[in-house]
Design a protein around this ligand. Structure first.
Ligand SMILES: Nc1ncnc2c1ncn2[C@@H]1O[C@H](COP(=O)(O)OP(=O)(O)OP(=O)(O)O)[C@@H](O)[C@H]1O
Ligand SMILES: [Mg+2]
Length: 334
């Protein structure tokens, strides 16, 4: 059961049953939908196979290996939420962005943080507007009913509700980013959404998606997620890419960089990952590094070049010290 924190109005007061006019809401979604609606047929036509999905993602500047493409394919076609875990900068968030771009559908992003609750994630009543409404009605000698006060006019939709109510033609991609930053309580709040494409809140009753969104959750694994959340999701761990894959990704992002420089940087990043650093560099750092080196007009990664640009790739003083202890020539691969 979600805690009371998730069942409060925007003024912070718990919502009583008497305040709950949910049953009367005409816009409450129907409880069931066909699992294979026209939206699913459209998606199936544009993503007929794992191979086609991989090609289409590449057209949108995202190079996924076979494991990740297969996981995304299942998430899109079953459909079932997909939990992506991996170190920082391996492309978890970008996977959802690329998927949305590929399907030409909105990316609806919920950025999680400690203390996030339903008012940030699902909906909030527009309390100042409600007060204004009450005053205006009073000025006209009228009284707003609960039903009028808790009507659509005063509702602010947050990402989860936006995703459930997206009307197509393709399903929205709902990105629940960095879910490990949210409290366990919030994770429990997500169960119903993940399993049933529905949310239940006192004022609104149960709202079920007309077109279930494609749901991607990401986690940096700062803490373990609850088994109950994992049970409702497909799971894929995004590993650091191998050298070929990393080189191809960097080349995609910095197409005008010399091939040899891109490869040198990709190799150097791999080497740095092998030493004892607090924050091993990922794909993002490799891309940033090539950008910085190019900006400085450097064509070859040599010792002075590494010296000048180490801050693009190692973000802790101790990590830079560890690299220097190995030798900057070693970092450059010479
Ligand atoms: N497979 C890939 N194809 C193309 N670009 C990629 C790929 N992987 C990572 N990138 C690029 O690397 C950068 C970082 O990716 P992203 O922000 O998705 O990482 P992340 O795993 O979400 O990191 P964090 O955990 O810090 O949020 C982006 O610029 C992204 O475009
Ligand atoms: Mg991210």
């Amino acid at each position: 059961m979600p805690s009371l924190r998730f069942l409060k109005g925007s003024n912070g007061c718990p919502i009583s049953q008497a305040q709950n006019p949910a049953a009367a809401y005409p816009w409450t979604m129907p409880p069931e939908r066909a699992t294979q609606g026209p939206d699913q047929a459209r998606v199936a036509a544009s993503v007929p196979s794992v191979a086609v999905l991989g090609e289409r993602l590449a057209q949108h500047d995202y190079l996924a290996d076979d494991g990740l493409t297969t996981a995304l394919f299942c998430a899109v076609r079953l459909p079932q939420p997909l939990l992506l875990e991996g170190e920082a900068g391996v492309g978890k968030t970008q996977a959802a962005k690329a998927l949305a771009a590929m399907l030409d559908t909105p990316l609806i992003r919920l950025q999680c943080f400690e203390g996030i609750d339903a008012s940030e994630a699902l909906y909030e009543w527009d309390y100042p507007r409600q007060l204004l409404g009450i005053r205006l009605a009073e000025a006209q000698g009228e009284r707003l009913t609960d039903q009028a006060l808790f009507s659509r006019d005063y509702l602010i939709e947050r990402p989860l509700l936006q995703a459930l109510e997206h009307r197509g033609p393709n399903p929205a991609v709902l990105l629940i980013d960095e879910v490990d930053r949210a409290d366990e309580e919030f994770e429990a709040f997500l169960f119903e959404l993940l399993a049933e494409n529905a949310v239940t809140v006192p004022e609104l009753g149960t709202i079920t998606a007309v077109i279930p969104p494609i749901v991607i959750l990401t986690s940096n694994r700062t803490r373990d997620l609850h088994d109950a959340l994992k049970r409702r999701c497909l799971y894929h761990w995004i590993d650091y890419p191998d050298l070929e894959h990393a080189t191809a990704i960097v080349r995609l992002h910095v197409p005008d960089a010399p091939e040899s420089l891109v490869r040198q940087v990709a190799e150097a990043v791999q080497r740095l990952r092998g030493i004892d650093v607090q924050k091993p560099p990922g794909v993002a750092e490799a891309i940033d590094w090539v950008h910085a080196v190019r900006l400085l007009g450097i064509e070859v990664l040599d010792v002075p070049a590494v010296q000048r640009t180490l801050g693009s790739v190692l973000k802790y003083r101790e990590d830079q010290d560890a690299a220097r202890a190995e030798g900057l020539a070693w970092v450059a691969g010479i």
